[in-house]
Design a protein around this ligand. Structure first.
Ligand SMILES: NC(=O)c1ccc[n+]([C@@H]2O[C@H](COP(=O)([O-])OP(=O)(O)OC[C@H]3O[C@@H](n4cnc5c(N)ncnc54)[C@H](O)[C@@H]3O)[C@@H](O)[C@H]2O)c1
Length: 373
């Protein structure tokens, strides 16, 4: 099958700058792209069982074509894999394959594999080369770019990790054809997020073209490329999240509270669905605080509904804890500074900002009117 040239987006981090290539059929040319940047390298591929079944052979053949030998470490799929035990397994596998510092760890998978393999590559031999080959939509538009890596602790998600930037990101849009539709939709929430943060024209484009993004082809490539441009911009401005990078948390404060309130039970709510509901709530909350027009909140809700994403708390199956308990999850997740909460709020579509002075009483009153009971 012939494929158009991939779109290239650069993450501008000086001597650690790297390319994100977005296009259909990139697994097949992975060896060529990696060998060009890392001549003479050998590789350890870290993947999960679902992704291995669908895409590992294509990747191995692609690497071989570029003269790259690879060892493979296959792990169970799912969030629980982001653990100390699996980190040890990956570290041990890389060392057993006798890889050196200049060799490369390749993450072939969604955000779970990317975060875990990235962390392992950041600590084995004090930091090895790392290449991200994201296979979920969420990973292609978000987690594979920016260098945040890590695992979960019994005390919470993503609490142990390092910043370790990849040398290359290969986002093969064709591999998304095997992604379950629910996971695709969840990733779409993060894609739409960039429009809502500061790219209103992109949000308007998605309102018109989302069907084609779901179908595949050029619109999918273009949407993922635009999301990567947005993420790359933020990361280049604020690599270590001391400022602007926090805007990427739009929808995440409410979303994380809902994930915690449903005990991270993916059958009820997956992360991107929590973000979708969280973005709708952030817009509705902003309207309630007279920061934005209710019409904008209507628009966000209508779009999420159109693509089949949940957009309100009532869309989550089963009972939710009451508004006070939900506020408890929010204050547990966030630092409370002098009695005020930090939220990403908005003045309208594409006009999000960091609000550091949100009174918990306002949040509680809003949760009471938004709650399904
Ligand atoms: N590092 C960051 O900046 C960052 C940002 C956002 C999220 N994350 C992390 O990302 C993780 C979530 O990522 P995710 O949603 O990709 O989850 P995931 O890695 O668990 O993938 C979701 C599911 O889809 C399957 N899958 C992935 N690609 C597939 C494909 N092409 N075909 C068939 N099945 C496929 C996986 O096996 C898994 O079952 C969380 O752990 C989150 O903390 C990290």
């Amino acid at each position: 099958m012939s494929h158009a040239e991939p779109v290239k987006v650069e993450v501008g981090l000086g001597d650690r700058a790297y390319d994100i290539l977005i296009g259909s059929g990139l697994l097949a040319r992975s060896g060529e792209e990696i060998a060009r940047r890392l001549p003479g390298t050998r590789a350890a591929i870290v993947t999960d069982e679902n992704v291995a079944a669908a895409h590992l052979d294509t990747l191995k053949a692609g690497l071989q074509k570029g003269g790259i030998q690879s060892a493979v470490i296959t792990l169970p799929a799912g969030e629980k894999t982001k653990s100390f035990a699996h980190l040890e397994e990956v570290v041990d596998g890389v060392l057993a394959a006798k890889l050196e510092r200049r060799d490369v760890v390749i993450a072939l998978g969604g955000g779970v594999i990317g975060d875990l393999a990235g962390f392992a590559s950041g600590i084995v031999r004090r930091g090895m080369n790392f290449v991200q080959i994201p296979t979920s939509l969420l990973a292609q538009v978000d987690s594979s770019v920016g260098g945040k890596t890590g695992i979960n602790s019994a005390r919470g998600k993503n609490l142990v990790g390092v910043f370790h930037q990849p040398r290359l990101v290969l986002a093969d849009t064709q591999v998304l054809d095997t992604l379950p539709i629910r996971e695709f939709r969840a990733g779409y929430a993060e894609l739409a997020k960039y429009g809502l943060i500061d790219r209103p024209a992109f949000f308007a484009w998605l309102e018109q073209n989302w069907g084609q993004v779901f179908a595949g082809g050029a619109a999918r490539v273009e949407a993922i490329a635009e999301a990567c441009r947005a993420k790359a911009d933020v990361v280049a401005r604020d690599e270590f999240e001391t400022g602007d990078r926090a805007l990427l948390n739009l929808g995440h404060t409410f979303g994380h509270a809902l994930e915690a309130a449903t005990q991270y039970d993916g059958a009820r709510l997956v992360h991107g669905e929590g973000v979708a509901i969280g973005m709708a709530l952030a817009h509705r909350f902003s309207a309630r605080l007279n920061l934005a027009s209710p019409d904008d909140a209507d628009r966000v809700e209508a779009h999420l509904r159109a693509v089949g994403l949940p957009w309100r708390m009532a869309d989550i199956p089963g009972d939710l804890p009451d508004a006070e308990a939900l506020l408890g999850f929010i204050t547990q997740d966030k630092k409370v500074s002098r009695g005020a909460l930090t939220f990403i709020l908005t003045r309208g579509i594409g006009q999000s900002f960091i609000a550091k002075d949100v009174p918990p009483s306002e949040v509680l009153a809003f949760l009471k009117v938004s709650h399904p009971r």
